[in-house]
Design a protein around this ligand. Structure first.
Ligand code: GAR
Length: 202
């Protein structure tokens, strides 16, 4: 069974969506470890409630040492896939090259638009009529890796950042477990920077 490692900095509602899918039997995976850079992250509490290992690794001092500690913890947990679920730090080449498995990220915009922080506010400021969320494999850039799944939502007149974020978040909670399920089923094939989704096995 797929062994998952999740990195989360805060609320952890996307982590919860993964936990709910695992507990409902709709995602054949085991949550091996949850790591947060923030000791107060609600994500840690959600992991413990599920019975998963919950660890704090804070960014203190050297960035390289931080990334090495993350890799060591994920390696020790024997994970097959790392998911960034609201992890608010950029992970560099060092982390990616030392980690023996792929990394997925969920981002609250239709990439390649609105990379980085406060993507929903960026979308409102730009005046787009359609927003959404993206699950992608992580590469060395910021929110630039190969796209796995996307879902669009409408932007409504008078939306606040919170309104739009909530509408997008509801879709994130479907999209992230769906992407991890495809990975668990061996249905994602990377071809250059494109992700091909293979048909369901009979
Ligand atoms: C989610 O909207 C996620 O897409 C976003 O942070 C939120 C975390 O919520 N991630 C990013 O903006 C990454 N650049 P959660 O902690 O409740 O899952």
């Amino acid at each position: 069974m797929l062994r998952l490692g999740v990195l989360a900095s805060g609320r952890g509602s996307n982590l919860q969506a993964l936990i709910d899918a695992i507990e409902a039997g709709s995602l054949a995976a085991r949550l091996s470890i949850v790591i947060s850079d923030n000791p107060h992250a609600q994500a840690l509490e959600r992991a413990r409630r599920h019975g998963a290992q919950a660890v704090v690794i804070a960014l203190e001092g050297e960035r390289a040492a931080f990334e090495d500690r993350l890799v060591a913890a994920l390696f020790a947990a024997g994970v097959d896939l790392v998911v960034l679920a609201g992890f608010m730090r950029l992970l560099g080449k060092r982390f990616l090259s030392r980690l023996p498995c792929p990394v997925m990220n969920i981002h609250p915009s239709l990439l390649p638009a609105f990379r980085g922080l406060r993507a929903q506010q960026q979308a409102l400021d730009y005046g787009v009529k359609v927003a959404g969320c993206t699950v992608h494999f992580v590469d060395e850039g910021m929110d630039t890796g190969p796209i796995i799944l996307q879902k669009a939502v409408p932007v409504k007149e008078n939306d606040t950042e919170a309104d739009l974020a909530a509408r997008i978040l509801a879709e994130e909670h479907q999209l992230l477990p769906a992407a991890v399920r495809l990975f668990a089923e061996g249905r994602l094939r990377l071809e250059g920077r494109k992700v091909r989704i293979l048909p369901e096995k009979q």
